[in-house]
Design a protein around this ligand. Sequence first.
Ligand code: MG
Length: 158
Amino acid sequence: MRIGQGFDVHRLVAGQPLILGGVTVPYDFGLLGHSDADVLVHAVMDALLGAIGSRDIGHHFPDTDPAYKGAQSTELLKRVMRIVNDKGFKVQNIDATIIAEKPKLAGYISEMRGNLAGIIEVDIASINIKATTTEGLGFTGSGEGIAAMAVALLKSIA
Ligand code: MG
């Protein structure tokens, strides 16, 4: 068994779609980034890479590389899963938390879990996603940004 954790933050700005777990969530603001800035998928990818001891997403998909401009994070997750599988591991479970004051995310969590479970090739029960606020405190509370964290437990296929 191997465990990894991931954490990510992106800034909220007007005029961008808000994409979380591969779901476009209706909102007046979206996350700014070199890729589609899917903060949840970024935290999950870093947890997976951490578990296999393979650095981080900045190493594998540098934001100085124009190839990743506007990249769909779910496509990058597929590539991370190939790295994980090539290393001889499969995912046991993932638990993630999105930290956002707004918008309310409860109605979108099931679709996010389904998206991630499909790419990671596990049962939806193995992908848990939670959403919380910070009670108005800090950069998430003020709506300046959204944060996400994730832990992943992997098991050796061998
Ligand atoms: Mg990121």
